[in-house]
Design a binder for this molecule. Structure first.
Ligand SMILES: Cc1ncc(COP(=O)(O)O)c(C=O)c1O
Length: 368
């Protein structure tokens, strides 16, 4: 497999100096990848060129029917100056599942991965070296055909942009507070919750803003039908630790996004001595078990944050403290084990990482 990517020049070739401090998703690198799709012709004209605004017809389907999907993955700077990708094949698979759900064309996995690798190789200087920092990778597909007809578009653009990112939460491994959403739902079975499509995020913003205004960082979503079973925490999957050892996480219901971090933890945690079960988790039982001290930790899982402990759950006007303010030792062990693999500090018995070779030795890189 392989495609010939045209490389266009960029205006600014000066050495990269990363902003300090690094936030999440606000700074973009100088180049982007893009290619186009037309029905009957397939994917064509892959190019890496300057990062710039899209040239989009106001009639483009993305703006009207909302046909769009995206992914989120990261490149991690290794001590030897090379970069690790983490399970990009899993992102490719999910991208294509999302595409199928949104009636968009498939993108061969090798194309998805090659576009990322080629762009990251050219932009490797943007990979930050600070602890917990990484080069965030955002592949996107949008419908570009101009029509108001309600049907699948016949033209699409696939593009990839990169953003150097500090740790997702400014407070680091500090526990966050989540509020159970009682009025809103994120997604319903049969809908698009298992696809990574922007509409899911648009639908979640009102609840997120409302819970922020009340002093919580994230929303804990319940199922759409019974408003009873825990689904996700914000844009992350969620898990609870019983008696300092046993982990439970909601089974994939059809409305939950199947997280790659979640899937990795399902494989990794048992090897660290923490058995994991997938189950339907009733919020009333969860809250009662938190209050009784049976649940000793709760945590969120996702690419951006990796693992974030939950210290407080707001439910029906009451706050429930998780684990009596302990330091979330199980979440911490998992975070350390997973990030050690991602950054190439530990062996990867699972075959999850993929090394990107770069030309410049580590000492030569510009670090702010
Ligand atoms: C809604 C939602 N749930 C869960 C996740 C976690 O998925 P992953 O671990 O693949 O980043 C994400 C992030 O991609 C998300 O947007």
């Amino acid at each position: 497999m392989g495609m010939t990517i045209r490389i266009d020049p960029i205006a600014d070739e000066t050495p990269v100096v990363l902003p300090e401090p690094l936030s999440f998703g606000r700074v973009f690198t100088r180049r982007m990848f893009s290619e186009r799709f037309e029905a009957g012709r397939g994917w064509h004209d892959p190019v890496i060129g300057p990062y710039r605004p899209l040239n989009l017809d106001p009639g483009a389907q993305i703006l009207h029917a909302g046909q769009a999907i995206f992914e989120g993955t990261k490149a991690y700077l290794r001590a030897d100056g090379r970069l690790n990708l983490f399970r990009p094949d899993a992102n490719a698979l999910r991208f294509n599942r999302s595409a199928a759900r949104m009636a968009m064309p498939a993108l061969p996995s090798w194309r998805f991965i090659e576009s990322i690798e080629a762009l990251v190789r050219l932009e490797h200087e943007w990979a930050p070296s600070a602890a917990g920092a990484s080069l965030y990778i955002r592949p996107v597909m949008i419908a570009t055909e101009a029509t108001f007809e309600v049907r699948a578009a016949r033209e699409y653009t696939h593009f990839v942009v990169l953003s150097p990112a500090g740790p997702f939460f400014a407070s680091g491994f500090e526990p966050i507070a989540v509020q159970v959403a009682e009025e809103h739902i994120r997604a319903a079975r049969g809908g698009t919750g298992a696809a990574k499509t922007p509409g899911n995020y648009a639908a979640s913003l009102a609840a997120i803003e409302a819970s922020r205004a009340r002093g919580y960082q994230q929303v804990l979503w319940l199922d759409a039908v019974e408003r009873r079973f825990v689904e996700e925490a914000g844009a992350m999957n969620v898990a609870f630790v019983y008696d300092g050892r046993e982990i439970v996480t909601p089974s994939l219901s059809g409305s939950i996004l199947p997280g790659i971090t979640r899937d990795s933890i399902l494989q990794l945690a048992p090897d660290l001595g923490f058995p994991v079960h997938e189950a339907r988790l009733d919020i009333d039982t969860i809250v009662a078990d938190v209050d009784a001290g049976r649940i000793t930790e709760a945590f969120c899982m996702g690419t951006a944050a990796v693992v974030v402990p939950i210290g407080r759950i707001g439910h029906r006007g009451l706050d429930h403290r998780v684990g009596g303010g302990n330091a979330a030792p199980v979440a911490r062990r998992i975070y350390d084990a997973l990030t050690n693999i991602q950054y190439g500090r530990a062996d990867d018995p699972y075959g999850w990482t993929r090394v990107i070779e770069v030309n410049v030795p580590a000492p030569a890189r510009a670090v702010a």
